[in-house]
Design a protein around this ligand. Structure first.
Ligand SMILES: C[S@@+](CC[C@H](N)C(=O)[O-])C[C@H]1O[C@@H](n2cnc3c(N)ncnc32)[C@H](O)[C@@H]1O
Length: 336
């Protein structure tokens, strides 16, 4: 048992680590953006060599490399640096578990987070959020491929866990990089999929779908999910990480629209960062609500029950409720 002064010290350390966490966050994200990990690759190089590859100041680069070494992402022998295993596994673009795109997206988000006070005082987003297809190329790729970086585990878990009996036609609404659709189609060799998103997003999704060998079974549908007319022919419609961008009224409208496009025994699958009824847990979902406050007019994380209520109002019966990935959930509703 900790003495009172030890407990005080440990609380003090915990709070200072949280409040100062931006430094480590920015060191890793900046290094990804500058291509530091890629420049080192499998070699061991000194700061001058690395700075020449990435086009930076040698002295400043050495300070950055020393900090990365202190964070256990690099190892340093003499004046030469090499990648440790975590950096090789997650920060080299050729790694199948690459996280660099989502880290670049976090940097984009951080520009909004620095103005959190403005948003909390005004209740309004601080960044006039661009539709995904209005972002510049770098930001768009970071956003869309970032979704792929963080969804691989939950997409596989979701596709393993939900009942796919009889599913032949799938619609993925706002499918982004197509990670979820790919996991579903891989389990359903007879099924076809439609990925609906904005045109420029579809060009990125197409790369992923081609790589997965699914171009013959996937149609890309460009347009706005709120405006496009959707045929009534899908056995499964997926809304993954869509509802947190919108207010309650728009969400109910979207859920109803999807239900109208389901076949008679079709199912709607909703994947989100669901909150419990206190709206405080899981912590990641509570923090994500602030992300949406900053970047979307009316969006936030929703609770399981809020989402269930939209699904039931639209005429669905909830048949599955699952946790997937680190802090996500999936609801499956079927037409009664
Ligand atoms: C947070 S991402 C989720 C991507 C994917 N469903 C996933 O879970 O990995 C939201 C996606 O919805 C798309 N989107 C947002 N609003 C849309 C709209 N009005 N019409 C079509 N797509 C939209 C975005 O372009 C983006 O690809």
């Amino acid at each position: 048992m900790l003495s009172q002064s030890e407990a005080l010290l440990s609380s003090r350390d915990r709070l200072t680590a949280i409040a100062g966490g931006y430094r480590e966050s920015l060191v890793i994200i900046t290094s990804v953006e500058m291509g530091i990990f890629n420049a080192i690759g499998e070699s061991d190089l000194d700061a001058v060599e690395i700075s020449q590859t990435v086009g930076s100041d040698a002295r400043a680069t050495e300070l950055l490399l020393n900090a990365l070494t202190g964070m256990n992402l690099l190892a340093k022998e003499g004046d030469r640096f090499r990648l440790r295993q975590d950096a090789k596994d997650f920060l080299l673009p050729e790694s199948e578990n690459y996280l660099g795109d989502i880290f670049s997206h976090y940097l984009h988000m951080a520009r909004g987070w620095i103005k959190l006070e403005d948003s909390v005082r005004s209740g309004k987003p601080v960044v006039q959020r661009k539709r995904s297809d209005e972002r510049d190329d770098h930001d768009l790729r970071a956003f869309i491929l970032g979704m792929q970086n963080i969804s691989q585990v939950s997409a596989e878990e979701m596709a393993d866990a939900i009942d796919l009996t009889g599913v032949k036609a799938i619609l993925d609404v706002g499918g982004g990089p197509g990670t979820y659709l790919i996991s579903l189609l891989n389990r359903l060799p007879q099924a076809t999929g439609v990925l609906l998103d904005f045109e420029r997003v579809l060009t990125i999704a197409e790369e992923q779908i081609n790589e997965a060998g699914l171009s013959g079974r996937t149609e890309l549908l460009a347009g706005d999910m709120f405006e496009l007319e959707l045929p009534k022919k899908y056995d499964l419609i997926l809304l993954s990480n869509i509802l947190h961008s919108h207010n309650e009224r728009k969400n109910l409208r979207l859920v109803e629209k999807c239900v109208n496009s389901l076949t008679e025994s079709g199912r709607l699958v909703i994947k989100e960062f669901f909150l419990d009824e206190s709206h405080t847990s899981p912590k990641d979902a509570a923090l994500f609500s602030l992300n949406m406050l900053l970047h979307a007019d009316g969006g936030r994380s929703y609770s399981w029950n809020e989402c269930i209520s939209w699904m039931e109002q639209a005429g669905l019966t909830i048949v599955q409720k699952l946790k997937v990935g680190k802090s996500s959930g999936v609801l499956v509703g079927r037409k009664s």
